[in-house]
Design a protein around this ligand. Structure first.
Ligand code: GLN
Length: 272
């Protein structure tokens, strides 16, 4: 009898405890807010951006974090679209293929819009301008692109693999009848500039803003005061992903119109 009473009591206690818990759960605003926050993060779609984080000031590491113009503009776009931004650092050369196959939602890497790339991917509106520059040692006899392309000249050049600097100079060398062996394609701009510092190449063709960062970080190098090619930077998407491209373009338009993009660029690129 005692045993039965004990069991009945135990059941009653469990029941009342769970009722209490249920009541307090309902009335507790804290737990409701926490649940809401949880469902917020789980519901937010992720926007994956493929980049190559060795392209200052557009994308580079500060400790473990990738920062820069592209990282901040992409974050502002993601915020507008209520999405969670995820930046993935891969080789520049793999970005277009990764976007084409849908592995990444978009590519943003100080990427120049070219007719050739337009055959593989679609581009957003342009959000920044780039210039292909020429870096040489301070005491170099090279003063312009004409010197490099002059008849009989055999300058060894360093470029970053598959960038527009690589593509343009390769075409120009071929047109000028110069050997492609004179051009060394490096995986990063950093590697190309290191080769220039040690005299393995005579000049590096690279975008002007990373050029400034690299020259500032090394000694005995300078940027020639001539523009090789002027270009537009834009974000690339898979050709069948017009829905995302249109959404990103809409957000980008607003961010350009309200001055956000300009203030991000001005934060990283100080007027000379
Ligand atoms: N603007 C150049 C290009 O698109 C270089 C970009 C980069 O190296 N991240 O080819």
């Amino acid at each position: 009898m005692k045993k039965i009473l004990a069991i009945v009591l135990a059941i009653a206690m469990i029941a009342s405890v769970s009722m209490l818990a249920a009541c307090s759960g309902k009335g507790d605003t804290k737990s409701t807010a926490a649940e809401d926050a949880k469902s917020d993060t789980t519901e937010k779609a992720t926007l994956t951006m493929a980049t190559n984080a060795y392209f200052p000031p557009y994308e580079y590491y500060e400790g473990e974090k990738i920062i820069g113009i592209d990282a901040e503009v992409a974050q502002a776009i993601a915020d507008k679209l209520d999405m969670k931004l995820e930046i993935v650092d891969i080789e520049f050369d793999s970005i277009i293929a990764g976007v084409q196959t849908g592995k990444y939602d978009m590519g943003m890497a100080g990427m120049t819009v070219t007719d050739e790339r337009k055959q593989s991917v679609d581009f957003s509106d342009s959000y920044a301008k780039g210039i292909q520059s020429i870096i040489v040692p301070e005491d170099s006899e090279i003063t312009s692109i004409d010197d490099i392309l002059a008849e009989g000249a055999e300058y060894k050049l360093g470029v970053q693999l598959s960038t527009t600097g690589d593509l343009y100079i390769s075409d120009d060398y071929e047109a000028a009848g110069k050997s492609a062996d004179l051009i060394t394609e490096f995986q990063t701009g950093n590697d190309a500039v290191a080769a220039l510092s040690t005299g393995k190449v005579d000049a590096v063709i690279i975008d002007n803003e990373p050029a400034k960062s690299y020259v500032a970080a090394s000694s005995g190098l300078k940027i020639l005061d001539t523009e090789y090619v002027a270009e537009d930077y834009a974000i690339c998407f898979a050709k069948d992903n017009t829905e995302l491209k249109d959404k990103v373009n809409g957000a980008l338009k607003e961010l350009i119109a309200d001055g956000t993009v300009k203030s991000i660029i001005d934060k990283y690129i100080k007027a000379e």
